[in-house]
Structure formats: structure tokens, C-alpha cells
Design a protein around this ligand. Structure first.
Ligand code: SF4
Length: 432
């Protein structure tokens, strides 16, 4: 039996796609092994969101080739799509595929002739209009499944390379989404995360659906108890949307609402399509209908031209929003984007100082968020045992909870009384 390893660097969408690729190999009779094991085929799904992502991708390619000199190494994903020639020059690469045609990957690998040298199958993604049907059917024994409903991005934020790597927005056929969700429910998943490169754009390229409509479809599926979005943007949060979030009881009360900066001047230079007024309105609407909603976000510090005053504005706005958590990213110039060309880059030590200060705010806000639940009873979906008799799970509003239990709590929804708070966890007593 031939062995194949499929590995993703980067985001959840890449992880989803790598799992789907593994299933394609499995269907053709391959044994699926880990990336650090000897295999006949290695598929590396690369990430190019930062230059560091590129470097990690190159390192991994060299590493797998060392594990088996004769293996076929296929490199797919965002880095392969934006820099196929660069990938072809990395020692050990056999096939370069990019962000489309991955559905044919088994055929391409099997047809590969080592005598012919490196094959480049990357084509122009900017002309792509169809959602590539890659799906996951068989995963079992897990609690939460990611479900890719959308690909591509047409936003062109000035710091981001993704629109060039993924092409324009393409939304998945809602009926196809439904088929996959039903299968996931059949396989025991209780929670699905609707994921994509820019989920907020779902439906904008189709006449027959919208983000709310696809959510309503998923909501009908029996067996699914929780639905999350991987990330949304303030522009989708209208009164109708926020109201629907409260009415659809399976929707988790957690929204990752990308902010990127709390300073309007910086937002404009980032080419983000909202300002702080719109963002505040979105947060207020979500909290009006879902008072216990956890709002988390991403913020970039040290974007070119960000002055000390701009940063203070961003910091003050983040504080006002009372986030449950902030993912802080020091700006990292990405070749091929307008922001990377700017002359007013911020020095690294300034970015580090700003990161520390925002991270300290994030920690304080996370703690304040968790503390509100001391002594309260919450419903937790337990995912796994982290040590014998200790289970980890999440609430609908994404509080991470740990509890002791003599019973196996995996994949069970259990009411739990919160008794203590640490920096990362709420500790609780499961009510069995
Ligand atoms: S919305 Fe902006 S940051 Fe997000 S993928 Fe699109 S261009 Fe990149």
C-alpha cells in the first residue's frame, strides 16, 4: 500500500483543504501517514500571508524530501500560487499546483514522470469564478468540524497578498454545503464552523443565496447543535443580521470581528471598508441582541505611517470595545502589496512595544470577561481529555473550560458551574 502525507501551513481553510486532499488519496487506496513519517507522496499546502510563512513552507519541503529521496513532493496553496517559479527552485519539489485543480491531485501525482523535471500546474486564479468542490466526508471522533463555504477575496486590503493567492470571491453552492453538513452530523459532529477566506462575502457572487440564507440551511440539519463563523466583518452586521443571530438558537454567541486598527486614518490606508463608527455600531447591535456575546478581534500594530497618536487611538478604541480577546499582529511587509512599498515603515522595536502594550490590554480584558462567569452555570461542549479524568471544552461564547470527571465527557454538552478562573481557562464542576 502506498503512503501519502498531506499537511497544511497557515489558516483553517488550508487545514480543511489538506484534510480533503488526504481523503482523495485515501479513496484511491493510499494509507495516510503523518508529515514526519516516511511516505511515497507528500502534499504541502503552503501559506504566504507573511514572508515567514514562505520560509516555513520552504523548510518543510526540504525536510520531507530528506525523509524519502524518492517521494513525490507536491506543493499546493497560496505561496505556490503567487510564486510558482520560486517554489520550483526549492530542492526536492516535483509538482507545483497552486490554489485550484487540487481535486485532480491524485491523478497529477500518479502521472508524474521524474524524468521530466519539476511540473508547474499553476494557472491564472484571477479568472476563476467557480468554487472548487473539495469536501470532507469521513472525519470522525472529533467535536468541531470546519466547513469551507467560500473561497477568494476581492477586498484588496493594502497589506494583504491573499486576493492574488486565492483569486476573486467564490461561494459554495448552498445545496452542496447542506450535503456536507448532513454527512458531518452523521459522523457525530455537533459543532460546525463556517469558514472561508472572506466569509463575510459569502453569496455576493451568486443570485441564489446569502450568508444568512446558508446559515439558515445549516441550522436545519438535525444533529448539529452549534454553528460558528470563522470570522466576519462589521459591514455584514445589520439589525436584521444581529436579530437573526439571536433567533437561530444554534448560532454560537461568539463573533470574531476583524478590526485591524482602531484608528480611522490607518483603516483608510489599510483600505479596510469600514470605520470605527461602523465597527462600534456592529458591536452594539450584536450586544443588543446577544448580551453575552464574546467579541474577539485581530489588530495589526506598526502599520506603515502609524504614529504614536494613531496607535493610542487604536488602543483606546480596543479598550472601549471590551473584547474577549485580541490577536495582535506586528505589521510584517509582504512583497507584492502596496503597504510593503511604503517608505514610512515603523521600526521593529516600536512594533514590539506596541504589541506588548496591546497584548497586556487583551489579557486584562480576557480576564474581565471570564470573571463575569464566576459562580455561574454554563453549557460546555467537551472536546477531549487533556489528562486522565480532565476534560477541555468550550461554551457557546468560546470560553475555554476545564473540568474533572470520572465519566468520559468527550463530545458531550454538559452544564458546568464555574468555580475558578486562570489566565486561560475557566475551571468548573460538571453537573452530571
Ligand atoms: S479581507 Fe483584506 S485581509 Fe482579509 S483576506 Fe481579504 S484582502 Fe486579505
Amino acid at each position: 500500500m502506498k503512503r501519502a502525507a498531506s499537511y497544511a501551513l497557515g489558516c483553517k481553510v488550508n487545514q480543511y483543504e489538506s484534510e480533503a486532499i488526504a481523503e482523495l488519496f485515501q479513496e484511491k487506496g493510499y494509507e495516510i501517514v503523518g508529515i514526519d513519517q516516511p511516505a511515497d507522496v507528500y502534499v504541502i499546502n503552503t501559506c504566504t500571508v507573511t514572508n515567514f510563512g514562505d520560509k516555513k513552507s520552504r523548510q518543510l519541503i526540504r525536510k520531507v524530501k530528506r525523509q524519502n529521496e524518492t517521494a513525490v513532493v507536491a506543493v499546493v496553496g497560496c505561496y505556490a500560487q503567487t510564486a510558482p517559479k520560486e517554489i520550483m527552485s526549492v530542492e526536492g519539489v516535483n509538482l507545483v499546483i497552486g490554489t485550484k485543480d487540487r481535486g485532480q491531485i491524485v491523478e497529477l501525482v500518479e502521472a508524474y514522470n521524474p524524468q521530466g523535471g519539476v511540473e508547474n500546474h499553476v494557472t491564472d486564479i484571477m479568472k476563476e469564478r467557480i468554487f472548487e468542490p473539495l469536501s470532507i466526508q469521513k472525519l470522525a471522533n472529533r467535536t468541531r468540524a470546519y466547513l469551507k463555504i467560500q473561497d477568494g477575496c476581492s477586498q484588496y486590503c493594502s497589506y494583504c497578498i491573499i486576493p492574488y493567492a486565492r483569486g476573486p470571491i467564490r461561494s459554495r453552492d448552498p445545496q452542496d454545503v447542506l450535503v456536507e453538513v448532513r454527512q458531518l452530523a452523521k459522523n457525530g459532529f455537533q459543532e460546525v464552523v463556517l469558514a472561508g477566506i472572506h466569509v463575510a462575502s459569502y453569496g455576493k457572487d451568486r443570485k441564489d443565496t446569502s450568508l444568512l440564507e446558508v446559515l439558515r440551511l445549516v441550522h436545519q440539519v438535525e444533529g448539529i447543535k452549534r454553528i460558528r463563523f470563522s470570522s466576519i466583518e462589521p459591514n455584514v452586521v445589520t439589525e436584521e443580521f444581529a436579530k437573526a443571530m439571536a433567533e437561530l438558537w444554534k448560532v454560537c454567541h461568539h463573533f470574531h470581528l476583524s478590526l485591524q486598527s482602531g484608528c480611522d486614518r490607518t483603516l483608510k490606508e489599510m483600505n479596510r471598508r469600514y470605520d470605527t463608527r461602523k465597527y462600534r455600531e456592529a458591536v452594539m447591535l450584536l450586544r443588543k441582541y446577544l448580551p453575552d456575546a464574546a467579541i474577539t478581534t485581530d489588530i495589526i500594530v506598526g502599520f506603515p505611517g502609524e504614529t504614536a497618536v494613531d496607535f493610542q487611538e487604536s488602543y483606546a478604541f480596543a479598550k472601549e470595545m471590551a473584547f474577549a480577546k485580541i490577536h495582535v499582529f506586528p505589521y510584517s511587509p509582504k512583497k507584492g502589496t502596496p503597504a510593503a512599498e511604503r517608505k514610512d515603515q515603523i521600526q521593529n522595536h516600536v512594533k514590539t512595544e506596541r504589541s506588548h502594550s496591546l497584548l497586556a490590554l487583551s489579557e486584562a480584558m480576557s480576564k474581565a470577561f471570564l470573571e463575569k462567569y464566576m459562580g455561574k452555570t454554563v453549557e460546555v461542549l467537551y472536546e477531549k481529555s487533556v489528562e486522565e479524568g480532565i476534560y477541555e471544552g468550550h461554551t457557546s461564547n468560546y470560553m475555554k473550560v476545564l473540568t474533572n470527571s470520572p465519566e468520559d465527557l468527550s463530545n458531550r454538552l454538559v452544564f458546568t458551574k464555574i468555580t475558578d478562573i486562570t489566565e486561560e481557562y475557566a475551571l468548573g464542576e460538571a453537573i452530571l
